[in-house]
Design a protein around this ligand. Structure first.
Ligand SMILES: C[S@@+](CC[C@H](N)C(=O)[O-])C[C@H]1O[C@@H](n2cnc3c(N)ncnc32)[C@H](O)[C@@H]1O
Length: 183
């Protein structure tokens, strides 16, 4: 995640600013909500309560660079845990059709709302671990999805990525070092 968060000033939402670590009350609240086995409910609560300190409000800078580089494969793109959908939209076009997937309906509704004029993107409300697309993808882009999962789910994440990616496909995953040794 970036070192600073963008303030969400929508009425009724928790304003989140500052570093993305345990010194930020929004990060502490997010961790409380998504901790435990019912973590998908926790993510839904994050979205419903506006506790979205990871949300840049724009595509990840790395995505903009990748798109500009012209090195990305054409075809289908999956963005699991797409949140607000900025990366899915940025990766779409130029011969790519992107699917943004998120388990939280509130995230998908927000993504659909602001991206309604983007022709090469679709948003799906489903669980990464059980969703069954018609075909595997040419490219999967994971930003703050792997690191958002409980560490016990990492083997399942790898198995799903293997299923969802074509044999000649590309997986791009941005990883982060964290200070908590249990992660
Ligand atoms: C830390 S947020 C990152 C969102 C987005 N990638 C971004 O950078 O703005 C993690 C997202 O993963 C979603 N998520 C968590 N578990 C999921 C699952 N099993 N299937 C699909 N989405 C999931 C959450 O709802 C949340 O929107």
């Amino acid at each position: 995640m970036a070192s600073t968060a963008v303030a969400d000033v929508n009425a009724g939402r928790v304003a989140v600013t500052g570093p993305l670590d345990a010194t930020n009350p929004a990060i502490v609240r997010m961790r409380q909500l998504v901790d435990g086995k019912q973590y998908t409910d926790g993510w839904s609560k994050c979205w419903e309560q506006g506790v979205t300190p990871w949300d840049l409000g724009e595509p990840t800078p790395a995505v903009a660079k990748l798109v500009q580089s012209g090195t990305l494969p054409a075809g289908s793109v999956l963005v699991p845990g797409c949140g607000g959908g900025y990366d899915a939209v940025a990766l779409s076009g130029a011969g790519r059709f992107a699917v943004g997937l998120d388990v939280c309906d509130a995230a998908i509704q927000r993504a659909k709302q602001w991206s309604s004029s983007s022709p090469d993107v679709a948003f799906v409300n489903a669980d990464f671990f059980t969703w069954a697309p018609p075909e595997p993808f040419h490219l999967i882009f994971d930003y703050t999805f792997f690191c958002a999962l409980d560490p016990s789910l990492r083997p399942a994440w790898a198995a799903r990525m293997h299923e969802l990616l074509r044999p000649d496909g590309e997986l791009i995953t941005l990883m982060y070092l964290v200070t908590n040794p249990s992660y």
